[in-house]
Every structure is written in C-alpha cells, then in structure tokens.
Design a binder for this molecule. Structure first.
Ligand code: NDP
Length: 244
C-alpha cells in the first residue's frame, strides 16, 4: 500500500506500461486519458485482475480545469497523491518548420509543455512540505529528440521536450528541500502508436542496440525514479534509448 500515483496519458503506449509497472510496486494508479476511454478501462481491468488498485480518469492535460479535476477525483478515490508521471504527449504532426501551422505548434506546446507544468503544479501544491504535504516524486517524459532536434519532421516536438528538460532541472531544484524529487526519462525510438512501423525501420540503423525499445523498458526507469530507491536523484534526465 504505497499511495497514489497519477499517470497522465495512461491509456496507451508508454503510459499504459508505466501504470501496470507502478501497480506491481503497490501504488494505486490514476490512469488519465484524453479520448480513449476503452483503452484506459482495459489498463484498469488488467491492474485490478492482477490484484492492484487503479481507476481511469478523463481529462485534457492542456486544460487547467481538467488537471485540477483529475487531481481532485483521483485523491477522492485513493487518498493523497505521492507521485506524478507526466507522460501525456503528442508529436504534433510531421512537418518542417517552414511548413508548420500555428495550430500544430500551439497544440504541441499546450499538451507537452503547459500540460506538464499544470500537472506538476497541482502535485507540488499537495506534496510539498511547504503546503503541509509529506513529499513525493515527479517524473516527466522527455525525449532524445530534445538533443537530436528531429530536423525535417519534428523540430517543434523536439523543442517541447527541451523545455521538459529545463523544467525538470528548475523545478527539481526549486522543491528539492520540500520533500519532492523531480526527474525526467528521455526515451529513444519506442514501439508505440507514436512511431509507425516505417519510422521504426528507418531509425533502427541509428540505434546502437539495433532495435526499437519497448514501453515496458521505459516503465522500468520511471518506476525506479518514482521509488525511494532513487532517493538522492533529482533534477536530472535518464536516457532510455539503446545508446542513441
Ligand atoms: P502514444 O501516442 O502511444 O500515447 C499517448 C498517450 O497520451 C495516450 O494515452 C493519450 O490518450 C494521451 N494523451 C494525448 N494527449 C493528451 C492530452 N491532451 N491529455 C491527456 N492525455 C493525452 O504515446 P507514447 O506512449 O509513444 O508516448 C508517451 C510519452 O513518451 C510522450 O510524452 C512522448 O512524447 C514520449 N516519448 C515517446 C517516444 C516514442 O518513441 N514513442 C520517444 C520519446 C518520448 P488517449 O489514448 O485517450 O488518446
């Protein structure tokens, strides 16, 4: 009985693997999703069938009221939050910068950056000793794209993940003596819907391990950073990319 962890975008891909993994560690898991209620319900069913605790909660992380409602509803179900995984993210469509639309740029930043900050703010307001909390751990999903730049396809996305790395350093240091650790995980090419098979095949030759990663392999790193085993680790980004 480890307390509640909220996982944004827990219905599919890396987020779903994180939910399952954290439930194995004994956490109650709030499985947030944007649109795919059925997929979120399946993750919850799997966790409960395996003896864990989970519930699905809808909400667009880019909307302040949705994030605050998510935290309120999840804590009504499972008690005070002890961890947050800012996993929800979008690629924002493939485009060179000179062909990028304002809508795609704004939506990418709204979900990947604003959404992460809104959820982290809500978590700090509960977990920080400054607010009467008992501490906790936040893990943000970055990407190796933050340092590779993703030219020709996802520069806007890469930039949004660069913001995640800066936010992780800054918030990590801001709340380090308030009982909260803040870290990021930067995956490489992972086999999820975000990466169609054609893209996976094109990128694998650049991966030193010569294969794509599995969502479960990213979840292991997240679970470690959430856990007390990482008690002296904060404000840093852990790369899970097969050497890329
Ligand atoms: P997927 O596209 O497979 O899944 C995205 C998840 O985020 C879904 O659960 C989706 O919910 C949810 N989501 C999307 N928008 C919102 C929103 N506005 N509010 C709440 N939830 C939302 O993504 P991945 O699993 O591949 O990626 C997960 C994270 O890992 C992302 O932050 C991504 O940038 C990062 N990452 C992924 C890599 C990869 O190779 N796959 C590499 C590096 C980083 P729903 O099912 O309801 O649509």
């Amino acid at each position: 009985m480890q307390g509640l962890v909220i996982v944004t975008g827990g219905s599919r891909g890396i987020g779903a693997a994180i939910c399952r993994r954290l439930a194995q560690d004994g956490f109650a898991v709030a499985v947030n999703y944007a649109a795919r209620a059925k997929a979120a319900a399946e993750v919850v069913q799997d966790i409960i069938a395996a003896g864990g605790r989970a519930r699905a909660f809808p909400g667009d992380v880019a909307r302040e009221q949705d994030v605050d409602a998510l935290f309120a509803a999840a804590q009504d179900s499972f008690g005070r939050v002890v961890g947050l995984v800012n996993n929800a993210g979008i690629i924002g469509g493939a485009s060179r910068v000179d062909e990028l639309t304002l809508d795609a740029l704004q939506r990418t930043l709204a979900v990947n950056v604003v959404g992460t900050i809104l959820a982290a703010r809500a978590a700090v307001r509960v977990m920080s000793t400054r607010h009467g909390g008992v501490g906790g751990s936040i893990v943000n999903l970055s990407s190796v794209a933050a340092r590779l730049g993703a030219p020709g396809e996802f520069v806007h996305y890469a930039m949004s993940k660069g913001a995640i790395d800066s936010f992780t350093i800054g918030l990590g240091r801001e709340v380090a003596d308030e009982g909260i650790r803040v870290n990021a995980v930067a995956p490489g090419v992972i086999d999820t819907e975000m990466n169609p098979g054609e893209r996976q095949a094109r990128l694998v030759p650049n991966v030193p391990i010569k294969r794509v990663g599995l969502a479960a392999e990213v979840a292991e790193a997240v679970a470690w950073l959430i856990s007390p085993a990482a008690s002296y680790v904060t404000g840093t980004t852990l790369t899970v990319s097969g050497g890329r």
